[in-house]
Design a protein around this ligand. Sequence first.
Ligand SMILES: [Ca+2]
Ligand SMILES: [Ca+2]
Length: 226
Amino acid sequence: MRAERPEIGFSDSEPDEPDAALPLDGPQPFCGDGMVNQDDEECDEGDGQPRDTVDCDRDCTVRRCGDGHINEVAGEQCDPPNELGPCDGTCRIDLSSINQLYCHGPCGNWGGGDGCQQADADALCRLRTDSLFKIAENFDVTNARAEPGICCPPPTLSDPALFGCISLGNMSARGVDLDVSVHNTDLASTHGSNLVVTNVVCGDPVTTTRRRAERIATTPMKAEIR
Ligand SMILES: [Ca+2]
Ligand SMILES: [Ca+2]
């Protein structure tokens, strides 16, 4: 004989009742609710919507350089493997090795009008040094060479990809309020060997002005000693 025993999950007195649905009281956790409340969340700084913050990406993972997501709030300008041209280890676009900027004819519209002049050299300084206010104290105008370079700016070059150039977006954060693109290997191969600014010597206008003022201030004293 077998002992009569109710099956697990069923009661003797109320057989065959369907399971009631789980209660849905309160909001369900999600990425963007501002609380770390799911297994796959490393952080959550959302405000009801997922968002990037200085420390946390909108997918609720800790911000990292190298995760493929460009977190602009955290100052990232690129993030390998995103194809955005030269990128340093802190996810800032690194143009420090670029030594030519195309400025022939209407492509010279970097602030100084057509052709190559001071404003074009200033733009190359600011892009290279990632600095808003650098100026070119010296520069050369030569023919484009078979090496990386800054491509012709819009509107003359409206589709950088057609000329083998990678768009870096607007560079107003470096004092160049234009969409900048770069050719990573050979600018001359798609732009021809027309004019570029190159060999820029970049200076800080504040320092330059102070040095000039100091020279002026010290010159009369030397004259008196004599
Ligand atoms: Ca959450
Ligand atoms: Ca990132």
